[in-house]
Write a new protein. Structure first.
Length: 293
């Protein structure tokens, strides 16, 4: 990794990944492309305006932006995505444009050594537009691995990144502050969770050692929404804080499915593919994670 392009580099995961790469490699050059200029500014400030970091205001949906961004790079880490589930279902054409066509632009114009695409557990047995677009992203990347054996094309699939932008943690903090309540769809619902620094280390390790045509899944624990809500109330609420159950939204799963054991391209040491049966995060551990968000 000498010259790296990170799409969505100004996002939550992108900022953490950039910081770690700058710390680990003194000679690295990182380009970060995003269409969110305010987030680009925040990223540069967070990285102390390091001259090894080159911001690019552009859009993966625009071939001209992509052509400019990918020139001369050896590694591409594709994080950019439209990821809010409700909005993806409301505006599927936008989700397709960003998550699928944007990925196709990158794959078409990439001429380096290693391409890594970020996916999600929502891609497994997808029930909504977001998961469906990420499933296609995975297949597009694996297709290129078959077509171009001289380069590496790799997928990293993860559950929820704890404390990421737009997460339920941020939503509940605002709800407690404004109305002293949290709204939960179902207390027994479970999700896979991973700490952002753990995921960053995993991505770097896969870039260094991963094999082409593989989907790599890091170890991650699970938590119920009930435990998350209880931890939030204990940390930020009081005896009067209410937990309101609103019911499942359309297409929403009670438990996530992170991989299919029958898929030979999946590499993971997880023993349970369903969040319902995964290793649970203790309430004390949840509190620590929330406090660090």
């Amino acid at each position: 990794m000498n010259k790296v392009l990170i799409t969505g580099g100004a996002g939550f995961l992108g900022r953490h990944l950039i910081k770690r790469l700058l710390d680990k490699n003194t000679k690295i050059e990182i380009r970060a492309i995003s269409r969110q200029e305010n987030e680009i500014v925040e990223m540069m400030v967070a990285c102390n305006n390091d001259n090894r970091l080159k911001p690019i205001i552009g859009d993966v949906r625009d071939p001209d932006s992509v052509k400019y961004a990918v020139g001369g790079i050896d590694t591409l880490i594709h994080l950019a995505a439209m990821k809010h589930i409700d909005f993806c279902d409301m505006y599927p054409s936008e989700a397709i444009s960003t998550n699928i066509l944007g990925t196709m632009n990158l794959l078409k114009l990439f001429d380096g050594d290693t391409f890594v695409g970020m996916s999600t557990d929502k891609a497994v047995e997808a029930t909504g537009c977001y998961g469906a677009t990420k499933l296609i992203l995975e297949r597009l990347i694996l297709e290129q691995a078959e077509k171009n054996p001289k380069r590496r094309y790799i997928v990293v699939r993860s559950g929820n990144i704890f404390g990421s932008s737009g997460s339920v943690i941020q939503k509940w903090k605002k709800q407690i502050k404004q109305n002293n309540r949290v709204t939960v769809t179902n207390l027994e619902m479970t999700r896979f969770y991973i700490d952002v620094n753990t995921l960053v280390d995993f991505i770097i390790r896969i870039i260094n050692k991963g094999k082409t045509g593989k989907i790599y899944i890091p170890f991650q624990k699970t938590a119920s929404l009930g435990d998350l809500a209880k931890a939030m109330v204990e940390l930020y609420g009081n005896r009067k804080t209410k937990i309101e159950v609103t019911g499942l939204r359309g297409g929403e799963k009670m438990h996530e499915h992170l991989f299919l054991p029958s898929r030979k391209e999946v590499v993971t040491d997880l023993k349970n593919e369903y969040s319902e049966h995964g290793d649970r995060i203790s309430l004390d551990e949840i509190k620590v994670w929330i406090s660090n968000c």
